[in-house]
Design a protein around this ligand. Structure first.
Ligand code: PXP
Length: 265
């Protein structure tokens, strides 16, 4: 293969958006009750610092984001809201009532600390199909949070989703643990999954566990057009401030993306 053919493959399919997940602003608020720190204020700061969207996960147990947060985020923020939720009737009613710009269906277990793996859309096809259909009919952009697995991606497409968000947690964990072999294996899986999903006509997003150390790789996947990042940004806000953490993340995303363009050029 010639260098120029290689280069063409590396063109990004579109600009890379940053969705800032504000769940853990609410986690800190809820630790004491009351209203501080307010996720709405965090969303406004995120908008000013360069976020392209706000993401919030309304969990069944309401451990962080509350129903009233969703209402104010929909009504008082100019950025598009990406509502993460489990495929339950209660959450569907809430999504249909508030009409967020986008909905991302995620798996949810009560005991987990965070979303531990992707949604098993292959096993859950029959349960998920009416959720994807009704959310899509309501005008929401429907995303499925899945592992980088060929069968999951094929079923996501068959379900009629607009988007797949690739779970990058295993890659981030491997890198954090210094397991280079596992990190390279996860990188390969993610590269193949992004190519497959884009080839199927799905919009490709990525998220979970991203940090300043891992965001460049995710940004350099040409098919990925959105990253959703939360926990690290809220943690880093303690040290450098929320706006500065977002601006630094944005810079690193741009640097990751620029490696593609320079390879292509
Ligand atoms: N994307 C999805 C679908 C998620 O469930 C989460 C966690 O709520 C994230 C992205 C953000 O992950 P993190 O908080 O680790 O950045």
């Amino acid at each position: 293969m010639t260098a120029s053919k290689n280069a063409q493959k590396q063109q990004p399919v579109g600009p890379l958006r940053l969705g800032v997940n504000i769940d853990h602003v609410a986690t800190i608020r809820n630790a004491r009750g009351g209203r501080h720190p307010d996720p709405l204020r965090a969303a406004r700061i995120a908008a000013e610092a360069g976020a392209d969207g706000i993401t919030a996960h309304l969990r069944e147990d309401r451990r962080h984001i509350a129903d009233s947060d969703i209402e104010s985020l929909v009504n008082e923020i100019d950025l598009p809201l990406n509502l993460e939720m489990a495929a339950t009737d209660e959450m569907l009613d809430i999504a249909l009532r508030h009409r967020p710009h986008a909905v991302c269906l995620v798996p949810e277990k009560r005991q987990e600390l965070t979303t531990e793996g992707g949604l098993d859309v292959a096993a859950g096809h029959n349960h998920l199909a009416p959720f994807v259909r009704q959310l899509g009919d309501s005008g929401a952009r429907v995303s499925l949070f899945v592992d980088a697995d060929p069968v999951q991606l094929a079923v996501a497409k068959a379900l009629g989703a607009d988007v797949v968000e690739l779970h990058v947690g295993a890659y981030c964990d491997a890198l954090a643990e210094g397991d280079e072999l596992a990190a390279r294996r996860e990188e390969d899986r993610l590269r193949h999954a992004a190519i497959q999903a884009h080839g199927l006509g799905l919009e490709v997003h990525a998220g979970h566990g991203l940090s300043f150390d891992t965001v460049k790789f995710a940004s350099a996947l040409p098919e990925v057009v959105e990253l959703n990042i939360g926990h690290f940004l809220v943690g880093e806000a303690i040290f450098i401030g929320f706006a500065e953490a977002i601006r630094t993340m944005r810079t690193l995303m741009d640097e990751g993306r620029a490696t593609l363009e320079s390879e292509a050029g």
